[in-house]
Design a protein around this ligand. Structure first.
Ligand code: BYC
Length: 310
């Protein structure tokens, strides 16, 4: 939106933030605000792109045509989310090529969750249920982010994430009503994905260097711990309905807080994973690098076409 008020552009920015209005690409913004958004949106876009790999691993082995069609649609949505997000980042003065280079050279992060392997088909369901469930908790408030292009991209992304979460839960419902071996697969996958899903919300508030400023700027609307708590409270009845046990001996309802108490994820594991030492990190980055190299001819052809028509 255009600021017509004070001559000092910083005052205009502060007023828009205070009034809960949107900052648009041509508005003046502090350098720190721009940098924070580029960091977060790029990391988010990379997560969607790398996030295609764990489930993509199961497309050729989906147990029926119906499951294959659903999984293909979901993975394709994730590519689309990556594209909207790179486009939102580009409004801040970076380009996709540059961001891709930063991803494949490990200079920018992507979500810790995608550094874990998908070992059984139940992982596809549990990723939909827990990973997309966590993503929804984290991303619905981002639809109210102060930066217009990011907030608008998030509206469509959240609608699609909701389909992703339901397809995962529906898959798990089918499995828990199947054979004992299928039920055991769901429990085993839940055991592996529960703690990494809690880590998706980021470090505890006391160790989160960016939260305070991002909240003051209206980029983040809730702290990491608040959203993690919301996710735990949402997941407990869902686990009960599925008949699976969440692998946390400290998980119990706290009447006073009207929320669940829960155990702490292993934060040293989280630090190792985001530091590049996750179980599947090398594989994920190598795969992305190869896909980028294999696609060089497409970029070259697109450039030649654009030049011819300019
Ligand atoms: N993984 O100060 P903090 C999806 C980093 S894709 C890796 O709390 P912030 C899906 C953080 O970047 C879902 N790194 O940071 C796709 C920072 O490091 P730098 C992806 C993490 O930004 C396919 C440092 O730790 N969602 O749903 O205020 C299939 C300190 O943290 C993580 C998004 O990207 C992590 N989990 O808050 C299925 C949502 N957590 O950059 C599903 C948008 C923290 O200073 N992002 N770090 O070196 C956000 O909401 C925020 O960036 C976070 C972190 C809550 C993640």
């Amino acid at each position: 939106m255009t600021v017509t008020g004070p001559a000092d552009p910083a005052l205009g920015f502060d007023r828009l933030i205070e009034a809960e209005q949107r900052i648009e690409p041509r508005d003046w913004m502090p350098e720190g605000y721009r940098k924070t958004l580029i960091r977060q949106i790029a990391q988010h876009a990379h997560s969607e792109i790398i996030g295609m790999q764990p489930e993509g691993n199961w497309i050729t082995r989906a147990p029926s045509l119906r499951r294959k069609a659903i999984l293909l649609a979901k993975v394709q949505d994730e590519a689309g989310h990556g594209m909207y997000l790179y486009a939102a980042a580009e409004t801040l003065g970076v380009d996709r090529e540059e961001l891709t280079e930063k991803l494949i050279s490990a200079q920018q992060k992507y979500s810790s969750i995608f550094n874990y392997p998908t070992l059984t088909y139940a992982d596809v369901g549990v990723i939909g249920w827990l990973v997309d469930g966590a993503a929804i908790c984290n991303q619905v408030p981002l639809c109210r982010c102060s930066y217009g292009p990011y907030a608008r991209a998030m509206i469509r992304i959240c609608k699609e994430e909701s389909f992703h979460q339901r397809q995962g839960y529906e898959l798990l419902l089918a499995m828990v009503n199947g054979t004992d071996a299928q039920k055991a697969m769901v429990q085993e996958a839940t055991n592996r994905w529960w703690w990494p899903s809690l880590m998706m919300f980021g470090p505890p508030d006391g160790d989160s260097p960016n939260t305070q400023q991002s909240m003051a700027w209206g980029i983040k609307r809730h702290t990491n711990d608040e959203l993690r708590q919301r996710f735990v409270d949402m997941s407990v009845p869902q686990a009960e309905a599925l008949g699976v046990t969440l692998p946390d001996p400290d998980l119990r309802w706290n009447d006073e807080r009207q929320a669940h108490d829960h155990g702490e994820p292993d934060w040293s594991e989280f630090r190792a994973v985001i530091g590049g030492g996750g179980p599947a990190t090398a594989q994920r980055l190598a795969h992305r690098r190869k896909a980028h190299e294999d696609g060089a001819w497409v970029r070259e052809a697109a450039r030649a076409y654009a030049e011819k028509h300019s």
